[in-house]
Design a protein around this ligand. Structure first.
Ligand code: SAH
Ligand code: SF4
Ligand code: F3S
Length: 467
């Protein structure tokens, strides 16, 4: 089912293309067209894929997960680290064979990786069976691209990155019926020296608060229990809009929507994390008790080389200020190990920061050089094998911390949202508003509902019972 945000219209031009695609497919004898969307990358990409699916449904496609049964396959790609890219080339290559089986099959590649000129050129020259390649700022034009190719036009290559206003009203097909994403801003202006995102997503552009609140209201009315506000740097939400609404104010506005639901958000850049935001988090009862605050490195020299624009001390004082307001707040973070020029001594400061803050969980990465970023040109004398050892040391350290952290919940009662069936039979998994997962023996009808759960034991996973 495709949903539209009320009162905001998808451009008529694209609607017309969508109708024409539908007729053209029928004319070609494809009466029940099927499409697969393959997604790589972050929540932002998952959210974009939900909009791709919304548009595909508008064109009459049924969404399936079987490439062999598809008449349209689209790869929504990620470029953040090298190995993400390698997988894409392999998987796109495999569609060549499928095209022989189904002459109606059309193949498209979009997303952050496709946005890179060199990658688009590679698809153009070496992957002649790829019909459509487009970048991150034009994805609302999918009906137009399909129509043009379907009616015998040339292969489509559209990488426009004009940083114009966000096109609203794109239909969205959210897979989950109880939790969903709302992108609030696109792009990034921070240019961390290791990161490709600002180059492939373009400049920061925020959606209007009015549209975001309307989308959130609709989701709550539709029964959603969890809304995740998304952006590469949500803390700089609102820059460039003229309504004066920053992220802290936006949180309060979404929090004021009536209903029983939970608000999450990602990602926050420490340099833009304000007291005003922490106050809003404390005051808003629907906002979860969790802050994802990537610090990347615990050493101030490395942070400077990364262009993160905060020091180790800045970060630690931010944690302190947040804990003063919300004593039980859960922190999570992203860390890069082995940034060019990082020494073992400097890496040890990352370890000590991890021990000091005690994160609920971590997302850890070994540095991956990205073409066109300043980091790529920095001397990088430490071997991959050596970085691997540091990385393992970090994982082991966090493992111990996380066990202690989880043990702290045994005996406590937490409010959870049941999200999915557990790998253990007859159990379902509930998530607290502080990111803790609890296994509960309960009927799976409870998935999508809130409950108070008493945590009773921890054997690597937490177990609990409904109170
Ligand atoms: N906007 C978010 C991060 C988006 S990318 C933020 O600033 O926090 C998600 C994570 O991928 C980053 O936090 C970083 O830890 C990691 N990452 C980005 N580029 C990387 C690279 N070149 N090599 C390894 N990890 C990288
Ligand atoms: Fe990349 Fe830095 Fe922007 Fe995050 S803030 S997306 S790490 S450039
Ligand atoms: Fe990857 Fe693009 Fe997200 S590079 S991490 S999909 S913004």
């Amino acid at each position: 089912m495709s949903e539209f945000v009320p009162n905001i219209s998808y451009p008529t031009e694209q609607k017309v293309y969508a109708d024409r695609v539908k007729s053209k497919l029928a004319e070609n004898g494809v009466f029940f067209p099927k499409a697969t969307v393959v997604t790589y990358g972050c929540q932002q990409n998952v959210s974009d894929s939900q909009r791709l699916k919304g548009m595909l449904r508008l064109m009459g496609y049924d969404i399936v997960e079987d490439l062999e049964k598809s008449d349209f396959i689209i790869f929504n790609t990620c470029a953040v680290r090298g190995h993400a890219e390698d997988r894409v080339f392999g998987n796109v290559g495999a569609t060549k064979k499928l095209k022989k089986q189904n002459p109606n099959l059309m193949v498209a590649v979009c997303g952050c990786m496709a946005q890179q000129q060199a990658v688009a050129d590679k698809f153009k020259e070496s992957y002649p069976y790829v019909d459509i390649v487009f970048g991150t700022q034009v994805f609302h034009r999918l009906p137009e691209f399909i129509y043009k190719r379907l009616t015998g036009g040339k292969r489509v290559f559209e990488l426009e990155l004009k940083n114009e206003k966000i096109v609203e009203g794109v239909p969205v097909d959210r897979e989950d019926r109880f939790k969903g994403y709302i992108p609030i801003m696109y792009g990034c202006d921070n240019f961390c020296t290791y990161c490709i995102v600002p180059y492939v997503r373009g400049r920061e552009r925020s959606r209007s608060a009015e549209v975001i609140v309307a989308e959130a209201k609709q989701m709550v009315a539709d029964g959603y229990k969890e809304i995740m506000l998304l952006g590469q740097n949500v803390n700089s939400y609102g820059k460039g809009n003229d309504d004066g609404i920053n992220f802290a104010k936006l949180l309060r506005m979404v929090n004021n929507i009536e209903g029983d639901f939970r608000i999450r958000f990602m990602t926050s850049h420490p340099k833009d994390c304000t007291i005003e935001l922490l106050d809003a988090m404390r005051d808003c009862e629907k906002v979860e008790n969790h802050l994802h605050l990537p610090f990347q490195s615990g050493n101030s020299r490395v942070l400077k080389a990364m262009n993160r624009r905060y020091t180790r001390d800045d970060y630690l004082s931010l944690i302190k200020v947040a804990r003063e307001r919300m004593p039980d707040i859960a922190f999570t973070s992203d860390i890069i190990v082995g940034f060019p020029g990082e020494t073992y001594e400097e890496f040890k400061e990352t370890l000590s920061l991890v021990k000091e803050v005690k994160f609920a969980s971590l997302f850890t990465f070994i540095y991956s050089p990205r073409e066109g970023t300043p980091g790529e040109k920095m001397p990088d004398p430490v071997s991959r094998a050596e970085k691997g050892k540091w990385f393992d040391e970090l994982l082991k350290t966090q493992d111990r911390i996380q066990k202690d952290y989880n043990n702290g919940f045994v005996g406590k009662t937490v409010r959870v949202l049941f999200e999915e069936e557990a790998p253990k039979q007859d159990y379902i998994i509930g998530k607290s508003d502080g990111t803790v997962s609890v296994y509960v023996k309960a009927n799976k009808d409870l998935i999508g509902k809130f409950a108070d759960v008493k945590v009773v034991s921890n054997d690597g996973v937490l177990y609990g019972t409904i109170v």
